[in-house]
Design a protein. Structure first.
Lengths: 143, 140
């Protein structure tokens, strides 16, 4: 099961053209990552973002009281990095059929995150606890 | 009538290098509180001008305590303190409850004016709009 995070869209997220601006999606997925990592063995302060890809599939409007959902799952884990999928949905587009569900996402994102020591300012390998925790979130693997 | 309460989620990116919510971000929080208070209710009563035709004339913000990002939303209380023919004053308190004890982090005040978007100029409130705003005063 992917991790689920609810995003409160702000009125100011919409730009002049009446859609939530593309730059906001990075903030949505960032907050979802921080929530996801809060329960990890080392918390959310050992990760740095190395690469992001975003596909904007459907426009999003601000709706008073409305929210978006970010679903996060791990695609693969390497020695000191991981590939992460984070899809952004209107809640009404989430279905129980996860294979077709991705097609309904408003935005599909993939990231490369590196295990990072901020004090020494360099990357390091995942330790065994971190690796085991990350593997639980691999899409398609049982938790 | 009573104050409107809005639970305002923070974003990690709202913090700056000092580890506190940046002063400029508070304006977005106050704006969301106004939208939560007015958009749906005003629209529901047919007062579209109060939902989408209001502009900010002035802001004051007093930063009493710094706020750090936390998953727990801030509690913003909002009420109307003054209504004039072509403006109204909104007062706010931002409460930080992340430690369990409510702490008053911020007080603020905005002067807001109805704006005729089509004509591109300020206008006066209608009697129905004034009545709606009267209900938003804090009589406590």
């Amino acid at each position: 099961m992917p991790h689920r995070y609810d995003v409160a869209v702000r009125w100011s997220d919409e730009d002049r053209l009446g859609h939530v601006n593309n730059s906001r999606y990075l903030t949505f997925t960032e907050d979802a990552r921080l929530s996801w990592l809060a329960d990890s063995p080392s918390g959310n302060s050992v990760i740095i973002l190395a690469r992001t890809e975003i596909d904007f599939a459907r426009p999003v409007h601000f709706v008073a009281g409305g929210a978006l959902v970010v679903q996060t799952s791990v695609l693969s884990v390497s020695r000191s990095s991981l590939r992460l999928r984070q899809d952004v949905f209107h809640p009404g587009d989430l279905t129980s059929d996860t294979t077709s569900e991705r097609a309904q996402a408003a935005a599909r994102t993939e990231h490369v995150l590196v295990c990072y020591d901020y004090e020494r300012q360099c990357s390091r390998p995942w330790d065994e606890q971190e690796r085991a925790w990350l593997h639980r979130w691999i899409a398609g693997e049982s938790s | 009538m009573t104050r409107h309460t809005y639970l305002c989620p923070m974003r990690w990116a709202d913090m700056d290098a000092y580890g506190h919510i940046n002063n400029t971000v508070y304006l977005a929080y106050l704006e969301q509180a106004r939208i939560d208070a007015f958009f749906t209710r005003a629209r529901g009563q047919g007062l579209e001008g109060l939902a989408t035709g209001i502009v900010v004339a002035e802001h004051q913000i007093r930063y009493k305590r710094p706020i750090s990002f936390a998953p727990q939303p801030l509690r913003i209380e909002l009420w109307v303190s003054q209504i004039r023919a072509a403006s109204y004053t909104a007062d706010y308190e931002i409460w930080d409850e992340s430690t369990g004890t409510p702490l008053l982090a911020t007080t603020a005040r905005s002067l807001l004016a109805p704006f005729d978007m089509a004509a591109g100029r300020l206008r006066r409130f209608t009697p129905q709009e004034r009545e709606f705003l009267e209900e938003c005063r804090d009589d406590d």
